[in-house]
Design a protein around this ligand. Structure first.
Ligand code: CAA
Length: 379
């Protein structure tokens, strides 16, 4: 596998880093405190092409490969993991799912808007009783002939408030279990579609997470994705790629916390010398750097396999598992390197530590990733 980044990949890194440092960094602490993302920043991210990076230019996207996407995700996550998750869900769950499995009419109508960032998308699989156990869908979609009638509740939906287009999984044929599930494109503003409470979260606080409720929402038949009963396969296939995005987010959080710690260790003095000259700190920095590099290699490998059209189920699960565990470990060590300063908001590492935690949970917990890896190893 060739990891020499092309000029294009390096340009993507530069552009994402420049945007993160000059536009996301100012105000990142306030946005975390206030639990608000700025529409202006979203507009800038869209203009720079970060919301539909892998979508074909035919539908208004950047036409880039997955490696470009993870490079951009890493750089954005080094500064603002909230911005990164809005970007990740839009790119690798909503846009990718629509482009891969949508009809031409669905792509023309919805993908073009999502890829340009004109509107934001949400991916609605989780329910109060269906998190890891995703086949247990209680939301129902009854076939009424020319439309489906959607009823149920979705939980922990990233961009639940800001999104305009939602991909919603629902059960149509309970007797068929997961083979009876369908996936639908549902527009905000549809009668009976209510945005519920916004979650007050530990981390990624500037991204909005909501409960969404559906009561007799009419979904046109042409808004179903794929054949009848394809919804669970749709969700699983889409999540395989989504997990590469979240792995890149975790990598960025870890790399960001490491870079801040390295810089700080050269500035902060104890016992008459910079703390970087104490072996206790050197060992921490060495281990942090090694884990970040290993995570990066796994993320790049998964992205490359996807770009080459090879099977990436195991690689994406490994990348997500390792990068998210690394993010949690590295950010905790980053707080330790900073001592008391690390425990206050000004130094950013406490936010990284809070942001890291969700990467071990969403788009499949670490335990689910281990299950997927084991199934791939044993099949
Ligand atoms: N890729 C493709 N297909 C898959 C798959 C994968 N990774 N995992 C399972 N499938 C297929 C299986 O092949 C099977 O298909 P067939 O019936 O045709 O053989 C079908 O799905 C059912 O699979 P299982 O029998 O293995 O089902 P299970 O219940 O034993 O396990 C699971 C399924 C892997 C645990 C799955 O439920 C899962 O991945 N759970 C985690 C859910 C998750 O990631 N949720 C994240 C929510 S979205 C989110 O967080 C977005 C956000 O906003 C940030």
């Amino acid at each position: 596998m060739d990891f020499n980044l092309s000029e294009e990949h390096q340009a993507v890194r530069e552009a994402a880093r420049d945007f993160a440092e000059n536009h996301l960094l100012p105000g990142v602490i306030d946005r975390d405190n206030e639990q608000k993302f700025s529409p202006e920043l979203l507009r800038q991210m869209s203009e720079l092409g970060f919301m539909g990076m892998m979508v074909s230019p035919d539908y208004g996207g950047g036409g880039m490969d997955t490696l470009s996407y993870v490079i951009a995700m890493e750089e954005i996550s080094k500064v603002d993991a909230s911005a990164a998750v809005i970007m990740s869900v839009n790119n690798s769950l909503v846009c990718w799912g629509l482009e891969r499995f949508g009809t031409e009419a669905q792509k023309e109508k919805y993908l073009t808007q999502l890829a340009s960032g004109k509107v934001v998308g949400a991916f609605c699989l989780s329910e109060p009783e269906a998190g890891s156990d995703a086949t247990s869908q209680h939301t129902t979609a009854i076939d009424m002939g020319d439309h489906y009638l959607l009823n149920g509740t979705k939980n922990w939906i990233t961009s639940g408030g800001t999104s305009s287009i939602c991909l919603v999984m629902a059960q149509t044929h309970p007797e068929k279990q997961h083979k009876g599930i369908n996936a639908f494109i549902v527009e905000k503003g549809s009668e009976g579609f209510v945005v519920g409470k916004k979650e007050d979260k530990m981390g990624i606080r500037a991204s909005d997470t909501h409960t969404l409720m559906f009561t007799d929402v009419k979904v046109p038949k042409e808004n179903r994705l794929g054949d009848d009963g394809f919804g669970f396969k749709f969700a699983m296939s889409t999540l395989n790629g989504g997990r590469i995005g979240i792995a890149a987010q975790a990598l960025g959080i870890a790399a960001g916390a490491f870079e801040i710690s390295l810089k700080y260790s050269k500035e902060r003095k104890t016992f008459g010398k910079p703390i970087s000259e104490h072996q206790a700190i050197q060992f921490k920095l060495s281990e942090m750097a090694t884990k970040v590099e290993a995570a990066r290699l796994l993320v790049y490998k998964a992205a490359r396999l996807k770009d080459e059209g090879k099977d990436y189920i195991q690689a994406s699960a490994m990348a997500k598992l390792y990068a998210s565990e690394t993010a949690m470990w590295v950010t905790t060590e980053a707080v330790q390197v900073h001592g008391g300063y690390g425990y206050v908001k000004e130094y950013h590492v406490e936010r990284f530590m809070r942001d890291a935690k969700i990467t071990q949970i969403y788009e499949g917990t670490s335990e689910i990733q281990k299950l997927i890896i084991a199934r791939e190893l044993l099949k």
